[in-house]
Unconditional design. Sequence first.
Length: 425
Amino acid sequence: MSSTLDRSAVQASLNVWQMAQRQLDDIAKIIGLDSSIHGYLREPKRVLQVSVPVRMDSGSHRVFEGYRVQHNMARGPGKGGIRFHPDVTLDEVKALAMWMSWKCALVNIPFGGAKGGVICDPKNMSMQELENLTRRFTSEISIIIGPEKDIPAPDVYTTPQIMAWIMDTYSMQKGYSIPGVVTGKPIAIGGSAGRDKATARGCLYVVDEAMKELKLSSGGARVAIQGFGNAGMHAADLMAAAGYSIVAVSDSRGGVANANGLDVAKVIAFKQETGSVAGFSGGEKLSNKELLEYDCDVLVPAALEKVISADNAPRIKAKIVAEAANGPTLPEADDILYERGIMVLPDILANAGGVTVSYFEWVQDLQELFWEEQTVNERLRRIMERAFRDTLGQANRLKVNMRQGAYAVAVGRVAEATSLRGVYP
Ligand code: NAD
């Protein structure tokens, strides 16, 4: 394997899609992947680019550009969110679709990887404009989505309401209700119990497993969480309820710490009242930079990408880093954490609870039989525990870090399915 410096220099010059391909190339070498299957997995199966004309509130029309990419569907229909953001690019959507193939394979749910995006600025659009955009985009991509083909979900700036419009538009075209075309819907139209907390809950379950593996007791174990949104806030709440001591939390405006443990219910109430955890009186003020290096047993980055670098990795005190966020750790930091004996639970494992309960939502929609939240959580726990064990087993066998272990499991599964099905005709 190339040195840390070589790798970071190379990574800096690559765009996100080339980085995703490079990750696959690295794993292909480690697992000795057959070169023809490797070539197959390096490219997306299908890329659809659409023009989306939208009637704006002014009465004029504006044309937006959107994409749906299906990376690999050998293991089942495509699965992946739709992102509405000004910085969406086709290369980003291709990379995210490839990562969805690996994430679904790692938790062993019968989906391939897909992703969608529209270049737009939803913060500067009215609800009516957003609805018009969502419905026309759905109509344009309806030739490749469907409950048996490709099932979108929420991603950056797309909400349960937007999922409801996707479901309605697709259903209107077919003439009857088809809730299984999309997940992350409101419960009233076929969403799943437990979906809102699923990412955080999945993260808790893999942290529990890592604690057992490292022979640490979760009772009173100290946890620092960066980001207090869907992933971070629910993680704080669920981990506190499970007996962990939440010693530091933060959001975009700053953080708060208390070495004796924060009162999480009060922090949540404070955040709901003021819009931030910063300024909460039950602890001391700390910056986001300080939070990452705070004295704790478990660090949960649940906000942004690229926050753990070669600069701060030597000072991280946690024994476990659980990546609720996507891509919080730079490759050079990975090597440092591994050498320091810190167990990193990679994003495709630590935040896979969301897509797993999306899978449950799709199953429930197809069966028209809905489960109690307890059933959802029990099944989620089994899947997360198995994914943790598979990752650890592979990492130990190959003598690599947990991220490479997870990729080795996932890429191996997609490669096996692709190879078994063969090349048509
Ligand atoms: P969110 O928008 O609900 O919350 C993001 C949080 O990060 C907010 O509290 C925000 O204040 C905070 N934040 C923003 N900038 C910050 C900064 N500079 N420093 C510290 N905190 C900052 O988003 P989310 O859904 O919780 O997603 C967070 C991460 O988890 C993302 O990487 C996302 O891709 C990943 N993720 C989320 C889910 C899910 O189901 N929500 C699933 C998989 C992965």
